[in-house]
Write a protein that binds this ligand. Structure first.
Ligand code: M6R
Length: 612
């Protein structure tokens, strides 16, 4: 949801900022802009991707050692050159980039217009920079103080970076609700929406907290204050991130790279948390709040999108293995209800980015109601990770493709470990089954590898169905959420309309859609409901639907009815989502590529949704 990069130091800022924007492009890619201060304040903005901005700025004046850039995901105002950031004050003296939404911008704008301000763009961001300018002029304030005072007047979410032509040795930044990290180099500072643009220069960072303002200057000073003017001591953290994890390597896209990384990322998620040979599993986050978790009245899982699908799988896992009552909520709905939550509840937030605004807001609400807050997060140091009482990282490494793949299997792996840990501790699963599950879990990475070897067969099936305009995904039990996830993957990267359904629900409505043009992707690996799923497949066949079935190796019955089968290795039913989702990811990937879609940056989407 918009990417922010800034630099001040001795090097040329433009290449650092542009490279940083390219690394952050997954956050938004409808327009981009850059400001370089070198006596003049040169601002260049362009609708389109960062490469379009690079082309546009090719012959322009871009030298200078202080600069900032922005890649946008439009909220207020359509994507065009004028609405792109940086936005500037009326006299062009201040430039500001922003990630978030200023909710009361309309009333501020009205007041500013009354005193003579005029606006060029439709953005809330332009209103904010005019407000800072107005505050600064009225009381002749230094830029950091003008930013602080102006922010006391706004409602909403923001990460902002501001530069002032008249104060050429400093950059001011602030955050509330949207992330901002400061990188500390040798006589230089970097700022960015996340650490990805910084790690090739420094591993030392400070994560800005909500309602904090930071000022960095050329003399090497970093000062942090709260919006109510209290000095804070910066907490410097050392990252341990390797650059190659942010690059595509030999793959054509991040999405394909991330799909292929799954044998490793699933293993990384389990590492140090279990041993099948020694018969133990231990999830640190559970240990840290053991009493409250083991005695919880219920778990409430709050998440969005793919993470919500992982949450639905967790509902089956926790109920079956640990006999814990679970509710799975869309964070965006939970935050605006008046849910009955108290100190006996555990709220589990699932989030790859750890920055999703709706999930953060749902957590705030549950925290105020005294529930224990548990985070299952990928991005280390993210806002959700920092606000929870307890939690676990999934250790999937950077996920850059907008369509989530390895984070999903990481979340499901971690939730499976939690359910087995709790089930065994509560005595709701016998030791023999506990050991069997651990053994099976340890074999999952190898089985995922085996599925990845079927890539060309899956590509062949993709070719057969790539021109469909609709698709139906069916699954039962643990595989119902996988059907939802398969449909979401297809929708978001290939723009084919797709729906996921519990297989038995098909006859209550969606069956009306089935004809010879409708691919129906059925996940039929459940041992417990195999006959029932086989009947559902027959019902589709009777209406001439094109059946693509995900079956276990050696399947005999469904193979006879389906048009195409993708075989996956057998595993215990609670673990099947970790395998059955893989062919669905590859199928969507190939269909999208065949339809000439950009799989890493699908239209209208952004990786990290930091606004409502
Ligand atoms: O970072 P989060 O896991 O909180 O993100 C939640 C959703 O925005 C995300 O899963 C989204 O649905 C993905 N594009 C799915 O591929």
């Amino acid at each position: 949801m918009c990417g922010i990069v800034a630099y001040i130091g001795k090097k040329e800022a433009f290449p650092i900022v542009m490279k940083g924007l390219q690394r952050l492009e997954y956050r938004g890619y409808d327009s981009a802009g850059v400001a370089i201060l070198n006596g003049d304040l040169n601002v260049y903005k362009k609708k389109g991707k960062v490469k379009d901005l690079l082309q546009f700025a090719k012959d322009k004046k871009v030298n200078g050692s202080l600069g900032m850039g922005h890649t946008r995901w439009a909220t207020h105002g359509k994507p065009n050159d004028v609405n792109a950031h940086p936005q500037q004050s009326g006299d062009g003296r201040l430039a500001l980039i922003h990630n978030g939404i200023i909710e009361n911008y309309a009333s501020i704008k009205e007041a500013l217009i009354k005193i003579g301000h005029t606006f060029e763009s439709e953005t809330d961001t332009e209103v904010l920079v005019h407000l800072i300018d107005e505050v600064q002029r009225q009381d002749n304030l230094p830029i950091e103080e003008a930013v602080r005072v102006a922010l006391t007047k706004v409602i909403g979410a923001y990460a902002i970076v501001v530069i002032d032509k008249k104060d050429p040795n400093k950059i001011v930044a602030a955050r509330k609700g949207s992330p901002l990290v400061i990188g500390l180099g040798e006589d230089e500072f970097f700022m960015a929406s996340d650490a990805t643009p910084l790690i090739e220069y420094t591993q030392k960072v400070v994560y800005l907290n909500d309602e904090e303002i930071a000022v960095v200057n050329r003399s090497g000073d970093l000062q942090i204050k709260t919006i109510d003017n209290k000095i804070q001591s910066p907490f410097i953290e050392e990252l341990n991130l390797k650059l190659e994890r942010f690059e595509k390597g030999d793959f054509d896209s991040f999405m394909l790279k991330e799909i292929y990384e799954q044998p490793k990322t699933i293993a990384d998620c389990m590492r140090g948390r279990m041993s099948a040979a020694e018969g133990w599993v231990k999830v640190g986050g559970i240990e840290a709040s053991y009493e409250r978790i083991i005695n919880a009245r219920r778990f409430i899982i709050a998440a969005c999108g793919t993470s919500w699908h992982a949450g639905l799988i967790a509902e089956y896992l926790f109920e079956e293995l640990a006999r814990i009552s679970v509710e799975v909520e869309y964070a965006s709905e939970l935050r605006y209800r008046n849910p009955i939550i108290d100190e006996n509840d555990v709220i589990i937030a699932l989030s790859q980015s750890g920055e999703t605004a709706d999930t953060l807001a749902a957590l705030e609400l549950a925290k105020n109601k005294k529930a224990l807050i548990y985070g299952v997060v990928n991005v280390v140091g993210s806002s959700i990770a920092r606000m929870t009482d307890s939690g676990s990282y999934i250790h999937a490494g950077p996920e850059i493709g907008v369509a989530s793949t390895k984070a999903f299997t990481g979340q499901v792996t971690l939730l499976t470990l939690m359910a087995i840990h709790l089930g065994y501790a509560k005595g709701t699963i016998p030791r023999s089954y506990y050991l069997q599950l651990l053994d099976e879990l340890e074999n999952i990475p190898k089985k995922v590898e085996k599925i990845l070897e079927k890539n060309s067969h899956i590509k062949y099936i993709a070719q057969e169905i790539k021109d469909a305009t609709n698709a139906l995904y069916l699954g039962r039990g643990y595989n119902f959420p996988v059907a939802l996830e398969g449909a979401l993957k297809l929708k978001e990267i290939s723009y084919i309309h797709a729906e996921g359904y519990p297989a038995a629900e098909m006859k209550h409505g969606p069956i009306a859609l089935i004809d010879e043009n409708m691919p129906v992707i059925v996940i039929a690996t459940n041992k417990s409901a195999y006959e029932k799923i086989a009947s559902n497949v027959q019902e589709v066949k009777a209406r001439k639907g094109k059946i693509i079935a995900i079956v276990n190796e050696g399947d005999q019955e469904i193979r006879k009815i389906a048009d195409y089968c993708i075989e996956i290795p057998y595993t215990d039913e609670p673990l099947t989502p970790l395998l059955s989702v893989i062919p669905l990811q590859l199928l969507s990937y190939h269909i999208a590529i065949m339809r000439d879609c950009n799989v890493d940056q699908p239209r209208n989407l952004a990786k990290s949704v930091t606004v409502e």
